[in-house]
Design a protein around this ligand. Sequence first.
Ligand SMILES: [Zn+2]
Length: 108
Amino acid sequence: MKSEPSRTCLGCREARPKSGLVRLIRVGSGVVVVDAAGRAAGRGAYVCPDTACVERALIRGRLAHAFRKPCVASQDLAAAVTTAGRRDPKNRRDAASVREADVMAARV
Ligand SMILES: [Zn+2]
């Protein structure tokens, strides 16, 4: 099997193949957006194309920690991430109930 670089999801902190994650980049104004092509220069952060992971990635301070600079998530970041992930059906996971339980636990 061909080895593929893995990256850690900012939401669930699990290492996954890079191709299964959505890349985020911080643009000049400090706004974090989806790097749809996955090739923008500079430091990137990665999340699963999963609402629960995006929500957790947006918890105060996580983006800033990843980019080592103050960040503001773009308004539609969660939607953009899930849309980007939807391009590839093999990335879809079906553990919706598990994810909801994870989010509940994260909020306690
Ligand atoms: Zn994740």
